[in-house]
Write a protein that binds this ligand. Structure first.
Ligand SMILES: Cc1ncc(COP(=O)(O)O)c(C=O)c1O
Length: 448
């Protein structure tokens, strides 16, 4: 290829097919191409992408009659029908788990799992700091201390090599979050749990059909929890599930979520043999879930193919660092597609400026999670009656001192995330995303 006369279009065409071939000489190529890239959309230029992206959620009419028939029957609660039971069986089968119990949402699935595994007052749970706030809240709501282990910046997951140093005599559980649907390092996490006699509750609320060494995440720990909220890959509006392989434990999950009523090995000694709560899913929620289950395998395959192609298109752009997957990952679910933005390669333009520019080019994206452990909610919990009574002051003071996670702080500053629905279109849609990033890189001198 003669790079003297290279236009931006020719460069993009070349990178689409043979990025490796041009990678060696990419810096001069980018520099030349930049002159012809056109004005950034954020400065009034033509956006790279004008077309709409695939909408989310997507559905066909298969749920209509089912939902209406439940409505017309008046049997809306799971005790009067079998739709929730059917959905539980279908979801367990999909994951290769022995059992599944549905709940009102993912938060309550996690609360249920924590309760059943006896996590409570005065206990500590090791968790990733880089996650949706619910992963912190469920531990605090269980009157336990969320003890963060720093993040592995390359994979965005809990750093397994930072877990053991956080274990104390109060540690009861590890709660790995498969954030963005990219699996955490389950080999190391399960080995640490075994060594220290801890239970593992997988927060798989963003990781439907993701796999670790051929097994679905959520089925590897003692219990796994999922969310079916509106934005999720199996969307119901609200909804959640606890999955597990231990029959006796799952009997207790079922019983606990249904006011403590007898179920299986939870025997009918009385009407309410164990303490319980009500976290039951409704029949119409389950009908929507059954229709959504039909599409999730094909959608997941599409997201994986597009994510891998997108990585091949952006990995050589200076200042763009795609996420890595652990060697044990046999499938990622891609609830979001993350990469890191290094502002030093973009004329020191802050990440917010880059995100605004990418949005203006027609590519919706966001900045990921912030360092929420510094937002005040943890400090308020530490000062609460509950925590001051159940933890010695020395432990809480030590905990405060250890709220320092350098890799996570860097990730919060650098992460840029593309939502899953952008991965559901044709391959050319990935070219639009890559071209928009490249255009911004080419115009970096005008960005800061
Ligand atoms: C990682 C993670 N954990 C837990 C939850 C809670 O799920 P829900 O919103 O269904 O309560 C979510 C939901 O977004 C999540 O992303």
């Amino acid at each position: 290829m003669d790079d003297k006369n290279l236009t931006r279009r020719a460069f993009l065409a070349a990178t689409t097919g043979t990025i490796a071939a041009v990678a060696a000489s990419r810096v001069p190529l980018y520099a030349k191409a930049g002159k012809e890239a056109g004005k950034l959309a954020i400065h009034g230029g033509k956006p790279v992408r004008a077309k709409a992206w695939p909408a989310w959620p997507q559905w066909d009419n298969s749920a209509n009659e089912h939902v209406l028939s439940i409505l017309r029957s008046g049997n809306w609660y799971r005790g009067q029908g079998n739709t929730v039971t059917q959905f539980e069986a279908a979801y367990a089968k999909l994951l290769g788990a022995k059992r599944c119990v549905c709940t009102v949402n993912g938060t309550n699935a996690l609360l249920t799992a924590l309760h059943i595994l006896d996590v409570g007052v005065g206990d500590e749970v090791i968790v990733s700091p880089f996650t949706f706030i619910a992963s912190y809240n469920v531990i605090l709501n269980s009157s336990a201390l969320p003890v963060f282990a720093d993040t592995d910046i390359e994979t965005l997951q809990i750093d397994p090599d930072k877990i053991e140093e956080r274990i104390t005599e109060r540690t009861r559980a590890i709660l790995p979050v498969h954030i963005y649907g990219l699996p955490a390092n389950m080999d190391k996490i399960l080995a640490i749990a075994k060594k220290h006699n801890l239970v593992v509750i997988e927060d798989a609320c963003q990781a439907w059909l993701a796999e670790w060494r051929g097994k679905k995440v959520g089925t590897l720990g003692n219990l796994g929890c999922f969310s079916f909220q509106n934005s999720k890959h199996l969307p119901i509006g609200e909804g959640g599930a606890v999955v597990g392989n231990d029959e006796e434990m799952m009997d207790r999950v079922m019983s606990f979520h249904n006011c403590g009523r007898p179920f299986g090995s939870v025997k009918r000694t009385t009407d309410y043999p164990i303490v319980g709560t009500n976290r039951r899913m409704t029949e119409y929620q389950a009908a929507i879930g059954l229709s959504q289950i039909k599409r999730i395998e094909a959608d997941t395959q599409k997201r994986v193919e597009n994510a891998s192609y997108l990585t091949s298109r952006i990995k050589d752009i200076p200042g763009i660092v795609p996420h890595k997957l652990y060697e044990g990952v046999t499938r990622a679910a891609y609830h979001l597609y993350p990469f890191r933005y290094k502002k030093e390669q973009f004329n020191n333009a802050p990440k917010e400026k880059f995100i605004a520019a990418l949005n203006a080019e027609g590519v919706p994206c966001s900045g990921g999670y912030g360092p929420q452990y510094r937002d005040g909610l943890i400090e308020a919990a530490l000062n609460s009656k509950n925590f001051t009574r159940s933890f010695p002051k020395a432990r809480l003071d030590q905990y405060r001192k250890e709220l320092d996670f350098p890799a996570n702080e860097q990730l919060c500053q650098e992460a840029v995330c593309i939502t899953q629905n952008l991965l559901l279109g044709p391959k050319q849609d990935m070219d639009d995303i890559a071209d928009a990033i490249l255009k911004i890189y080419e115009n970096r001198d005008k960005l800061a």
